[in-house]
Design a protein around this ligand. Structure first.
Ligand SMILES: [Zn+2]
Length: 281
């Protein structure tokens, strides 16, 4: 009984401490909260290591045999890559009809990268980089694929992608080789060239990744190609480089993050452009 009296006394002392105004505010908040709306949108946070504002959905588009590009897909803002290194360009190993084309931002990044290796050349003896292949249309890829099949008696040897599956159709994929490989058939021995090692280490600083790394062949399903660079933008390239991923793994992580964000009540309009789904076989 004594104890109960004490508790009552303490409570009586506490009540005046809570002002009436405070109580009113709390009541109002409870009334405003709409139970039917579920989790409020501000509770869903984008906690993927790369911010949405740091990614351009068009630059991280995945093209492979499971994610085929439409035959009518032509990237916008294709520009002719400048070919004079003295003017900040990069030499072309091959001059296709119409020139070597890449998306504008990618072309600029490639030229900046070539300038950087040229700046390092006096100290390390690097040879010039040559652009061997850039944008390829769906129909060009189709011709190349069929020619390769003919040469191999109908067998797909994994060196030329199917039409729609080529990274070159994105306008962000390019084959870049050291000078002494400019006129040679490419193979993975090129990896030993100091220029290729430089590219593997530094290309992310310019927004590129090595699209088909040696240790990811089971995931990319493409033979290693130390010459094939893919532009994704600097923040994504840095994340991929730091975590030793390939674009397929990055896409999987990103799609999972999008799903989690949406499941938590996130704003669909913010992530819609980043959603990618495999093409139906
Ligand atoms: Zn390539």
């Amino acid at each position: 009984m004594k104890k109960l009296l004490c508790v009552l006394c303490v409570l009586a002392l506490m009540i005046p401490a809570l002002s009436l105004a405070e109580l009113d505010e709390e009541e109002l908040e409870i009334e405003e909260f709409d139970l039917d709306a579920g989790v409020p949108a501000e509770k869903a946070v984008w906690d993927f290591p790369v911010a949405l504002e740091d990614m351009n959905p068009e630059y991280i588009i995945l093209a492979n045999k499971h994610y085929l590009l439409d035959k009518n897909y032509v990237p916008k803002d294709l520009v002719k890559v400048p070919s004079k290194p003295a003017d900040g360009g990069i030499k072309w190993a091959v001059k296709p009809k119409g020139g070597q084309l890449l998306r504008k931002e990618c072309a600029e990044a490639l030229c900046a990268m070539n300038q950087a290796i040229r700046d390092d050349a006096p100290e390390y003896g690097y040879k010039d980089l040559y652009l061997k292949s850039a944008y390829r249309s769906y129909s060009t890829q189709k011709t190349m694929y069929n020619n390769r099949l003919k040469k191999n008696h109908g067998k797909d040897d994994g060196w030329v992608s199917k039409p729609g599956a080529s990274d070159h159709q994105t306008g962000l994929g390019c084959d870049v080789v050291p000078k002494n490989w400019a006129n040679k058939a490419m193979n993975d021995k090129m990896m030993k060239e100091p220029e290729c090692q430089w590219m593997a280490e530094h290309c992310y600083e310019f927004g590129f990744i090595i699209r088909y790394p040696e240790d990811k062949q089971d995931i990319t399903e493409i033979n290693t190609e130390p010459w094939h660079l893919r532009y994704v933008g600097i923040p994504v390239a840095t994340y991929i480089w730091e975590n030793n991923l390939c674009l397929e793994e990055f896409t999987e992580q990103l799609q999972e993050a999008i799903q989690e964000y949406l499941d938590a009540g996130g704003d669909r309009s913010k992530v819609e452009a980043f959603i990618q789904e495999p093409t139906e076989e």
